[in-house]
Write a protein that binds this ligand. Structure first.
Ligand code: F3S
Length: 409
């Protein structure tokens, strides 16, 4: 791989052990994908919590904690809450370790967004800018909705990129690598939030690592819809970039989205396929619900406000735990607006910094869980011995109030 003089110096260890590790990591990574060179990045997103630190060699970690990154570096989707650790069942020992590691992150001048949706907390890379980040749902959002450019990066590769300010130039960083190759004709309207989740889950399984191009999605599609669609595409499949003709920035026309080439395949998705996607996410167990999780990827203010609206004047059932996850920046806005107070008064909890799958924690004795998120439904049934109901936020809040899936209030 071609390296500039400065990159060569890093590679040879002239900038110290940490830069040497980082540059050697990026070169091996790039060579595995036939990258001919590196490209500079404008910002990076890293996962920073007590659970993930062990993935970097100890001697490198020591140097890392004493340096500043080459580019603005945001913390993305940690495995620990920023408060409410007792409620989530985190041990005091682990919480104290987390407090220490947050202090270190501050001294390194990380921007503590601490969310899987860092674009809701101020990380806004512009179209065409090269970045490096972890977290499959935010990778899909940055690539597709913002038109920024990132690989499906890993925990160590993001650190290597943050340290050096570079990433290997291949795949989604190139014009060619961003072209669509699978045409998805959506033939169902109108689509609600829950439909976008199910649509993504259905298509992701077919797409795998492809770049799907959607037609039939209205221009009025909202940021929350795309947040759920991308997260679901990256859950049943490995989709890191999608286009929506007439909506996303690199797909003004069908021709532009495919770079003038023909799609290798075409699929049509109607109401039946969307229902199938939804059914795949339910295990079909007992209807008595113990735990309702909302906010995957972390909720926007608008989503938080909808939950408050549904809970206004109501109480969460005494046998149900309701956890709602939002970035701390969003939670703060919710505090100012009085939204979080409504949720709290009803018996729910608004949490930040992680989620049940991130922290590997659910309320004790949970046998049946409900969520409005395809990604959470998918992973929670893999991590915990639970039955799952997947549905709209209205269905989930209803289950939190009645203690039953499908029961009317
Ligand atoms: Fe975020 Fe957890 Fe979902 S980290 S995307 S809320 S699985």
């Amino acid at each position: 791989m071609y390296l500039t003089k400065e990159e060569e110096k890093m590679y040879r260890g002239e900038y110290g052990l940490t830069h040497e590790w980082a540059m050697k990591f990026l070169v091996s990574y790039g060579e595995a994908f036939n990258a001919e060179r590196l490209t500079r990045i404008s910002s990076a997103g890293v996962s920073w919590s007590v659970w993930t630190m062990g993935k970097i060699p100890e001697e490198v970690y020591e140097g890392l904690t004493r340096m500043k990154m080459a580019v603005p570096t945001y913390t993305v989707a940690g495995g620990m809450p920023d408060a409410h650790w007792k409620e989530m069942g985190i041990s005091k020992e682990d919480w104290e370790k987390q407090v220490e590691s947050t202090k270190t992150a501050k001294s390194m001048e990380f921007i503590l967004t601490e969310t899987c949706a860092p674009y809701l907390a101020g990380w806004i890379p512009i179209k065409g800018s090269h970045i490096a980040t972890v977290e499959s749902s935010c990778i899909a959002y940055f690539n597709s909705v913002f038109g920024a450019r990132t690989h499906r990066d890993s925990f160590p590769s993001c650190f290597a990129s943050a340290i050096t300010g570079r990433t290997p130039y291949f795949g989604f960083h190139t014009e060619r690598g961003r072209m669509g190759n699978l045409l998805v004709k959506v033939e169902a309207e109108p689509l609600e939030q829950v439909d976008y989740e199910a649509l993504g889950y259905y298509v992701g399984e077919i797409a795998g690592l492809d770049v799907p191009v959607f037609t039939g999605i209205p221009r009025e599609v909202e940021a929350e819809h795309l947040k759920g669609l991308g997260a679901a595409l990256a859950t049943s499949g490995g989709v890191g970039l999608y286009h929506i003709v007439g909506v996303t920035p690199e797909a003004p026309t069908l021709k532009a989205a495919f770079g003038g080439e023909k799609p290798k395949d075409t699929i049509s998705v109607g109401k039946e396929e969307i229902k199938h996607g939804r059914d795949l996410l339910c295990t079909g167990g007992p209807e008595k619900v113990d735990f309702v999780m909302l906010g995957c990827p972390h909720y926007t203010v608008k989503q938080l406000a909808r939950v408050a609206e549904l809970l206004q004047g109501k109480k969460v059932h005494r046998d149900v735990t309701l956890w709602v996850f939002a970035p701390s920046a969003v939670r703060h806005t919710g505090d100012v607006m009085g939204i979080t107070d409504v949720i709290k008064k009803a018996g729910g909890l608004v949490l930040s910094g992680t989620c049940p799958c991130g922290a590997r924690k659910i309320p004790p004795n949970t046998k049946v869980m409900a969520t409005d998120a395809a990604k959470q439904a998918h992973y929670a049934t893999a991590y915990f011995p639970v039955d799952m109901w997947f549905g709209s936020v209205e269905e989930c809040v209803n289950a939190a109030i009645t203690g039953q899936w499908g029961d009317r209030q």
